[in-house]
Design a binder for this molecule. Structure first.
Ligand code: F3S
Length: 283
């Protein structure tokens, strides 16, 4: 497969968002200063980047093993954690390095306030997503997590509620959910908490997908944002492919003189996009 004469463009908007960059910089600083650093969960939903940091000395551990971590330095990643996590870590003598994205931290505060004011909280998001676990862990009253408009049982809902969103959800779908709730006669205190880093990307990515013949989305398998962004590309360009590592690039995807656009999720490191660029350039 030599000489396909592909015209390759790297999406200038691709790469880590501010929250992830901040968490990784904190980890790098601590590792460079010789700290033995532990991270609760994957610091970013990108296996290759986690591996890179682990080679620098960072150790990741899961929530199941939280009780075995004692007297260590533990980093809380950008997704945030529920209060219970902090209690356990502190009880076991750990020093906590706070790297919750400030946008997520604001959202946590707002959800907590709504709950303490007695509101019924609806969160548009995925119940098992760590950011949502961090939010629901702050609610002592009634709440519901809704992933999909089709799943909502409107009759079971109260007459009024406060609507929040996981930061990486699709803004159009959130607006549709709000409209549907209002159509059903529910009074909605609407808090649009979709991160602009994500929502602004939608329009840009739609044009990027149209401008190119083939799109390669580089994103970790567990990246929510990667899935959302890939679906946007796919809706505009059927020759869109999602990969989590460079060796998944398949020469069969390309024809001579194709315009190829390479992009990534908010959790995709720039170096990984560069690796894909290099591999595609050789076709
Ligand atoms: Fe924060 Fe937005 Fe990233 S909420 S972690 S900057 S996607």
């Amino acid at each position: 497969m030599m000489g396909l004469k592909l015209k390759i463009t790297v999406d200038q908007d691709a790469g880590f968002c501010f929250g992830v960059t901040r968490a990784i910089s904190k980890a790098e600083e601590l590792l460079a200063a010789g700290h033995q650093l532990y991270c609760l969960g994957q610091i970013v939903h990108n296996h290759a980047e986690v591996e890179r940091l682990e080679k620098l000395g960072m150790q990741s551990f899961s929530h199941e093993n939280i009780d075995s971590i004692k007297n260590k330095t533990v980093l809380i990643r950008s997704h945030g954690e529920p209060p219970e996590t902090y209690q356990i870590l502190q009880k076991n003598g750990n020093q906590i390095v706070e790297a919750t994205c400030p946008i997520v931290a604001k959202l946590q505060e707002k959800v907590e306030r709504s709950d303490s004011e007695g509101s019924f909280v609806m969160i548009f998001g995925k119940a098992e997503h760590p950011e949502v676990v961090g939010l629901t862990g702050r609610i002592s009253g009634n709440y519901i997590v809704v992933k999909d408009l089709a799943d909502v049982d409107y009759l079971s809902l109260p007459k009024s509620l406060t609507l929040y969103s996981q930061t990486t959800m699709d803004l159009d779908s959130l607006n549709q959910l709000r409209s549907k709730l209002e159509e059903e006669g529910i009074e909605v205190d609407f808090r649009d908490t979709v991160c602009r880093k994500v929502s602004n990307k939608k329009k840009h990515l739609e044009s990027f997908a149209i401008e190119n013949d083939v799109i390669i989305m580089v994103a970790g398998e567990r990246s929510s944002n990667g899935k959302v962004l890939y679906e946007i590309c796919k809706s505009k360009n059927s020759r869109s492919y999602k990969i989590s590592q460079v060796d998944q690039v398949s020469p069969e995807w390309f024809k001579a003189n194709d315009r190829v656009g390479i992009t990534g999720a908010t959790s995709t490191p720039t170096w990984q996009i560069q690796d894909v660029l290099e591999a595609v350039s050789k076709l």
